[in-house]
Ligand binder design. Structure first.
Ligand code: ARG
Length: 301
């Protein structure tokens, strides 16, 4: 494929999604235990203190149980991985590690590319994924440049295809997407995120299947939206208020038309149903106090 190894920037030059090679579908989901989750710093506009730790634990367990119906679930035990912080601050200082989509990105060949976090508060977190990967014999790669890359929070594979959607701006650097494209020989569609409330790609964009995406137009440039509309036959548009209030776009398609979504998103769930999807409702409101919901809480691999 001639587009391998570079960023696909021109909406008018995009081939249809079917032109990209297929890739192995992901069947695994990794979750990180929520025992340390709380909100006591603010690195995104949603963060508000006052997490009910007990309720957060219940919601996390319910989410993980829900996923067991659809995926091979693995759990990264944050407390037991204390040593993985390797000279970094101990887990008590990593309250956001529960949002394990940010720890790295699974590559089609089974390796993980570790994240490099934008903020000091989260800096030590990718070490948890490294330790988990080592314990399960999966190899990990690191970025060679010093670019920021916040893992699957900002990088989502096109369903079924060897084609990566990459958000950049608030957190991830465009240079990281360039490195991924060149080094792993994958075409990457860069999407500049223009609004601080859409600080990761997964809070404003979800690929539901090969032909359909859910996206919040307010998060993107005109060129970015044009790229989404060029590669997906249908783009279900979510108004900015819904994308912010319930993190509606932070839902996750788990195959067979099922979409796991926070129950606060009644209108979006109804739209999904209108388009033939089956919304699987969960509650993640304790985690929304940290700025994350369904898609942030699991790492597909
Ligand atoms: N408090 C975390 C942060 O700001 C939330 C991360 C949410 N994760 C995501 N993939 N959007 O980094």
């Amino acid at each position: 494929m001639t587009d391998d190894g570079r960023l696909l920037t021109d909406p008018a030059a995009l081939p249809p999604a079917e032109a990209f090679p297929t890739r192995r579908p992901f069947s695994g989901m990794l979750f990180a235990t929520p025992g340390r989750f709380r909100v006591d710093y603010e690195i995104n506009p949603y963060m508000e203190p006052g997490v009910d730790a007990e309720r957060a634990r219940e919601q996390w367990h319910e989410l993980v149980e829900t996923y067991r119906r659809f995926a091979d679930v693995s759990v990264l035990d944050v407390e037991a991985t204390r040593a993985a912080a390797d000279g970094q601050a101990p887990p008590a200082d990593r309250p956001d590690v529960v949002f394990c989509a940010n720890l790295g990105l699974a590559l089609p060949d089974g390796r993980f590319l570790l994240a490099r976090m934008a903020t000091d508060q989260r800096r030590g977190e990718p070490a948890y994924l490294r330790r988990w990967a080592a314990s399960t014999d999966r190899s990990v790669e690191r970025l060679r440049s010093d670019a920021v890359f916040e893992g699957a929070g900002d990088a989502r594979w096109h369903p079924g295809r060897r084609l990566l959607w990459g958000g950049h701006g608030p957190r991830t650097d465009r240079a990281a997407l360039e490195e991924i494209a060149a080094r792993f020989d994958v075409p990457v569609v860069p999407l500049e995120l223009t609004d601080e409330s859409f600080y990761h790609l997964d809070v404003c964009f979800a690929a539901l299947d090969e032909r359909t995406a859910l996206a919040c137009p307010a998060a993107f440039t005109d060129a970015g939206l044009a790229k989404i509309r060029a590669l997906f036959e249908t783009c279900i548009e979510v108004p900015a208020a819904a994308a912010r209030d319930g993190l509606a776009c932070n839902c996750h398609a788990v195959g067979d038309g099922r979409v796991v979504i926070d129950e606060a998103n009644e209108a979006t769930a109804a739209r999904l149903a209108d388009h033939g999807y089956e919304p699987v409702r969960v509650s993640t409101d304790e985690f929304r106090k940290g700025g994350g919901s369904v898609a942030c809480l699991g790492l597909p691999h």
